[in-house]
Design a protein around this ligand. Structure first.
Ligand SMILES: Cc1ncc(COP(=O)(O)O)c(C=O)c1O
Length: 476
């Protein structure tokens, strides 16, 4: 990426931030191209490019002879409310639906608004390839022996340094490296619960967790979750008093799919509540570094006094989904998790662990993170504006302060599974709501992946989805 590209995107981001924050109001004139170019000491073409992005996003409009003005928003859609799943646990049966949706969306012709992964061009692939080549040359022997189940020491040292940002310093030995966050969650659940046990989860929940629960013959207890503040602690507390909950899985910082971020006080209470009931918490922090506010919020793990929190994450959303490098800090469950790791996959490819470690040490990890956050923030603004312009009245949409996903709640009469099938015929992928529930809820909701760079093609896809939803509504 050239410096110029960074500059105009940065500029567009700054102005959209002023519009979002209300400093620049609808109808107000934004600085003239010449003035901004002088003030910011950038070229006229950079400013024009930034204004073109803002125009594409529907944030500003050019008026002949007068300049650029903030566009009145079509409307501001309300947010979804606290969810209300059933109060009883149930066995899970979502795997077939998930397979169907993921398989159908895999075609290269499909606009990928369904999968939960940023666009491939946003990952630092060239730098990682160079590091991988150099590591393979320098440490050729790593391919010729088995590595430790717990993981490579260099990577665990880098994770230990990073843990200061999460509110709790963890020693290198406290980490177990895994094949992605998915394996981390899987190992933790196996270490903490058995078939038939009840696992408390957020509702809606990441479908991978539902699949793990399903595959182990466990039951899911869906807990009401708020789109901004996350899992309802009152509901969880009640569940802990009335049910035998064996473990709890939560994504407290930028939940998937809601994008909710639990306030610090709630994280503390969550840990205390569960510790008092002797229930381990699997904290999935895979999006934790992608909050828009800096510094990032602390983890629930930072309040853990009894070793009951198993903190799980990976580099798949930030650096390289294909590396499959993830990790867990399993607290008091560490011996069991290490054993489960060995049984499951013996170890994680060490050459990839060393590549990630080197990137964290010298690859500009923080710079890369800041860039990603900025792009995702702008993307969410652009997607939300596009939804506001094209979706039916009564649509609700989340307002996440991190990550790259939106949760869209359509009028109750629209069936998201039908919308998903119709969208696929139009070569657009979405993730329909029932994927995220053990009990087939959220029939009128879907998750939209906003992690791809905003483009005309994507704008058209969002508009088309809105049209399809309106047609389905009209048909009744
Ligand atoms: C909340 C959450 N946890 C875990 C995973 C799985 O991550 P990984 O690809 O690192 O296994 C995902 C992937 O979408 C996710 O969204």
């Amino acid at each position: 990426m050239t410096t110029e590209t960074t500059l105009y995107q940065q500029l567009a981001g700054e102005i959209s931030g002023l519009i979002d924050g209300g400093t620049l109001r609808p109808g107000e004139r934004i600085p003239s191209v010449r003035r901004l170019s002088e003030k910011k000491r950038v070229s006229i073409s950079t400013v024009l490019e930034a204004y073109r992005i803002l125009e594409d996003r529907g944030l500003v409009e050019a008026r002949p002879q007068s300049g650029y003005f903030v566009r009145p928003r079509a409307r501001v859609l309300p947010e979804p409310e606290l969810t209300r799943p059933p109060a009883a646990p149930s066995f899970v049966g979502v795997s077939r639906l998930i397979d169907e949706v993921l398989a159908a969306a895999r075609s290269p012709r499909t606009v990928p608004l369904g999968a939960g992964c940023p666009g491939p061009e946003l990952f630092p692939a060239a730098k990682l390839q160079r590091i991988l080549a150099s590591v393979s040359r320098r440490k050729a022997r790593t391919l010729a022996h088995y590595s430790l189940a717990a993981g490579n020491d260099e990577l665990r040292r880098e994770l230990s340094k990073r843990s200061l940002d999460w509110g709790k310093a963890l020693a290198p030995e406290e980490f177990v490296v895994t094949n992605g966050c998915m394996e981390a969650l899987n190992l933790c659940l196996r270490a903490a619960a058995r078939p038939g046990d009840t696992i408390a989860i957020e509702s809606p929940a990441y479908f991978g967790v539902l699949q793990i629960i399903e595959s182990h013959g466990m039951k899911a207890l869906e807990i009401p979750t708020h789109p901004r503040e996350g899992i309802s602690l009152d509901a969880l507390s009640m569940a802990l008093q009335t049910r035998r909950v064996k473990a709890c899985v939560v994504v407290p910082t930028v939940n998937n799919p809601l994008g909710s971020i639990m306030p610090e006080a709630n994280k503390k209470r969550l840990v205390e509540l569960l510790a008092a009931a002797d229930v381990p918490l699997m904290e999935d922090d895979i999006y934790g570094d992608l909050t828009f506010a800096e510094p990032r919020p602390v983890t629930a793990k930072s309040f853990d006094k009894k070793g009951m929190v198993m903190l799980c994450s990976s580099f798949t959303k930030i650096l390289a989904p294909g590396s499959r490098v993830g990790w867990v800090a399993p607290g008091r469950f560490q011996p069991r998790v290490e054993m489960e790791k060995f049984i499951n996959s013996i170890a994680t490819a060490e050459v990839l662990q060393m590549t990630i470690a080197e990137f964290m040490r010298n690859g500009g990890y923080d710079h890369h993170l800041r860039r990603l956050r900025r792009i995702f923030r702008d993307n969410l603004v652009a997607f939300t504006a596009a939804i506001e312009r094209s979706f039916p009245g009564e649509t609700r949409v989340t307002r996440p302060e991190g990550g790259f996903m939106l949760w869209v709640e359509l009028p109750a009469r629209i069936d998201a599974l039908e919308l998903h099938r119709e969208a696929l015929r139009n070569h657009i992928g979405i993730a329909p709501g029932p994927l995220f529930s053990a009990t087939g809820r959220y029939r009128n909701c879907f998750r939209m992946n906003c992690g791809h760079p905003w483009s005309r093609n994507i704008e058209l896809a969002v508009w088309r989805l809105g049209e399809l939803a309106k047609q389905m509504l009209a048909k009744g």
